[in-house]
Design a protein around this ligand. Structure first.
Ligand code: NAP
Length: 485
C-alpha cells in the first residue's frame, strides 16, 4: 500500500487525474481545498475575500498536517482503501513545513502542465483567487515550478490529452507498488501467466510453510505478498523504472520487449543475466536494483527433473534470439558435447557462439550453425545430418505460440531424431504445441515450456525473498494448477 501526494499549478489537472488513479486502483482520494471548504463551511473564494491568503495558508497547513497524522496513526491493516491519493493546493509546496508533512504522507508527484496549456485552459473569472490575469499566472508559474521540482519524488507531464496523462500517472503509481510489491512488466502483458504462477506459489507457501527450506520463520517473508502485472510500452520503461526506485516495488519479472532494454536502468547485472545479456528478474535490494536471469537455470532444472542433462549431449537450439542465446550459453557452461544453432541469421548465431564459447568448460564444446527457416518446407541435407546426431532439441523460436501465431511449415525434420532424443519447446501456450504433438507421435520424449516458466518463477521468488524453496515439490504443486490446453 502506498500514498501519493499530487502537487502542481492550479489547473494542472491534479484533482481529476488523482481521482481517476484512485478510482482505478481502489485508493482513497482527498483534495485539500475540499477538506478546507468542508471544515470552514464556505467556499475558498470567500475565505480569501473575507480573511485573506495568510488565513487560508494556515488552514491548508493544518489540513495537510492532519492527513499526515492520520496516515501515521492508522495502521495499514486497518485502512479501508489501498492507500491514498491526496491532491494539494497549488501554493502548498511553497511552505517547507507543508512539504515535510507531505513527505510523511507518501511519495510526492508533480503534475507538470506547460504554461501554454495552462493559459489555454484557465479563465480569469474569479474562481481561482490568485489567478486574476495572465501576468499573475506567468509570475506564479515561474516562481513555483522550481519549488515543485525540488519537492517532488517524480513528475508526470500533462501536456496532451487527459487520457494520456491519466495513463502515465496510473503507470507511475502502479510501478511504485500501489497494487502489488511484485510485478511482471512487458508489452503486451494481458497474456502473461506470471501473476497466476506467483500467486499459486504464495498460496502454496501459505498452506505448506515447510516448502520454504531452512526454518519456519523464513516463510513469514511471504506473508501478504502480492503479485500484479503492468503493461509498460517501450517508450515508458525509463519512467517506470524511476517510479520503481521511488516506491515500494520489491521485485520485477521482465518479459518481451524489455529483457535487454532494462539493463541500463539497473545498478548491477548478476550471474546468467550478464552471460545472456538479458534480464528476467529484478530484485530491489534497499534501492539497489539487481538484474538476474532465471530462465536458463529454470530450463536446466526443468530438464534435469526429466532426467535430461546438457552435459555430454549434442544440443540443437532452434532460433537465434534471446532465449536461444541463453540456452546455448547454459549448455556450453554445462559441458555439452556440441551445440548446433539452427536459424535464419548467421550473424546472430555467430554472436551467440562467441558468448557461449567464453562460458565453455573443460569439454571444449563444439558449436556449429545450420541455416534454416522453419516456416519453409523441405529438409536440407545439412539440417537432416545435424538432427540425426542430436540428443536434445530445444525450440527457442515463437513458432506455434497461441492459436493465431506463426507455425512450423512441417515436422519432417523430427523423423531423423534418435529414438532416445528429447524435444523441449520453450513455447508454453498452448501447453501441447504442434511440435510437441508431432514429436510424441514419433515416440520421442517431450516437455512443454510451462515447466521452464514454472521453474524460472520459483527461482525468481527465491531471489525476491532471499530463501531456498523445496523446488521439486513446489514445481509439482504449481503444475497441478495449470490444466493441459
Ligand atoms: P526473440 O529474441 O524474439 O527470438 C526469437 C527467435 O526466433 C529469433 O532468433 C528468430 O529469428 C527466430 N525465428 C522466428 N521465426 C523463425 C523461423 N521461421 N525460422 C527460424 N527461426 C525463427 O524471442 P525470445 O525472447 O528468444 O523468445 C522466444 C520464445 O521463447 C518466445 O515464444 C517466448 O515466449 C519463449 N520463452 C519462453 C520462456 C519460458 O519460460 N517457457 C522463457 C523465455 C522465452 P530471427 O532472428 O531471424 O528473426
Amino acid at each position: 500500500m502506498i500514498n501519493i501526494v499530487l502537487i502542481g499549478m492550479p489547473g494542472s489537472g491534479k484533482s481529476s487525474l488523482g481521482r481517476y488513479v484512485a478510482d482505478s486502483l481502489g485508493m482513497e482520494f482527498l483534495d485539500t481545498d475540499v477538506l478546507i471548504e468542508r471544515h470552514e463551511k464556505r467556499p475558498i473564494t470567500e475565505i480569501f475575500k473575507t480573511d485573506g491568503e495568510p488565513y487560508f495558508r494556515q488552514a491548508e497547513t493544518s489540513v495537510i498536517d492532519f492527513v499526515a497524522k492520520a496516515v501515521r496513526e492508522v495502521p495499514a491493516g486497518e485502512r479501508k482503501n489501498n492507500g491514498l491519493v491526496l491532491s494539494v493546493g497549488g501554493g502548498a509546496a511553497e511552505n517547507p513545513a507543508n512539504v515535510e508533512f507531505m513527505r510523511g504522507i507518501g511519495r510526492i508527484v508533480h503534475i507538470e502542465r506547460p504554461l501554454d496549456a495552462l493559459e489555454r485552459d484557465i479563465s480569469y473569472n474569479g474562481n481561482r483567487p490568485l489567478l486574476s490575469d495572465r501576468e499573475r499566472l506567468v509570475e506564479l508559474f515561474t516562481r513555483r515550478t522550481p519549488i515543485y521540482r525540488a519537492a517532488a519524488d517524480l513528475y508526470v507531464t500533462n501536456e496532451g490529452s487527459f487520457e494520456e496523462a491519466a495513463e502515465a500517472l496510473l503507470l507511475s503509481v502502479r510501478m511504485m507498488g500501489a497494487e502489488a510489491a511484485y510485478l511482471v512488466i512487458g508489452d503486451p502483458i494481458g497474456h502473461s501467466l506470471s501473476p497466476k504462477l506467483h500467486r499459486a506459489i504464495y498460496a502454496e507457501i501459505e498452506s505448506h510453510p515447510e516448502l520454504v527450506s531452512g526454518g519456519n520463520n523464513l516463510c513469514e517473508r511471504f506473508a501478504g505478498a502480492s503479485y500484479g502485472a503492468a503493461r509498460v510500452a517501450s517508450g515508458e520503461l525509463g519512467e517506470a523504472m524511476r517510479s520503481v526506485r521511488k516506491g515500494g516495488v520489491m521485485g520485477l519479472n521482465v518479459t518481451i520487449p524489455h529483457k535487454k532494454e532494462i539493463i541500463p536502468y539497473l545498478d548491477e547485472i548478476a550471474g546468467d543475466a550478464a552471460a545472456a545479456g538479458a534480464v528476467n528478474t529484478v530484485v530491489n535490494r534497499g534501492g539497489r536494483l539487481v538484474g538476474y536471469n532465471t530462465d536458463m537455470e529454470g530450463l536446466k532444472y526443468a530438464l534435469e527433473s526429466r532426467g535430461v542433462s546438457y552435459s555430454g549431449a549434442v544440443v540443437s537450439v532452434c532460433g537465434t534470439g534471446g532465449a536461444a542465446a541463453g540456452i546455448a550459453c547454459k549448455a556450453a557452461e554445462c559441458d555439452a558435447a556440441e551445440i548446433i544453432i539452427i536459424g535464419r541469421s548467421e550473424e546472430k548465431a555467430s554472436a551467440i557462439s562467441s558468448a557461449a564459447r567464453k562460458l565453455a568448460g573443460e569439454a571444449d564444446t563444439k558449436i556449429t550453425f545450420v541455416s534454416h527457416d522453419f516456416e519453409s518446407q523441405g529438409l536440407p541435407v545439412e539440417l537432416a545430418e545435424a538432427i540425426s546426431r542430436t540428443d536434445l532439441l530445444v525450440n527457442a523460436t515463437p513458432l506455434g505460440m497461441g492459436s493465431a501465431g506463426r507455425r512450423f511449415a512441417d515436422f519432417s525434420f523430427l523423423d531423423g531424431l534418435k529414438k532416445n532424443a528429447f524435444v523441449y519447446d520453450v513455447v508454453y501456450e498452448p501447453r501441447e504445441t504442434a511440435l510437441i504433438c508431432a514429436a510424441k507421435e514419433r515416440g520421442i520424449r517431450t516437455e512443454s515450456g510451462l515447466s521452464m516458466l514454472i521453474c524460472q518463477g520459483i527461482l525468481s521468488d527465491e531471489l525476491f525473498f532471499g530463501v531456498r524453496l523445496e523446488r521439486q515439490r513446489m514445481f509439482e504443486a504449481v503444475l497441478d494448477k495449470f490444466p493441459v490446453s
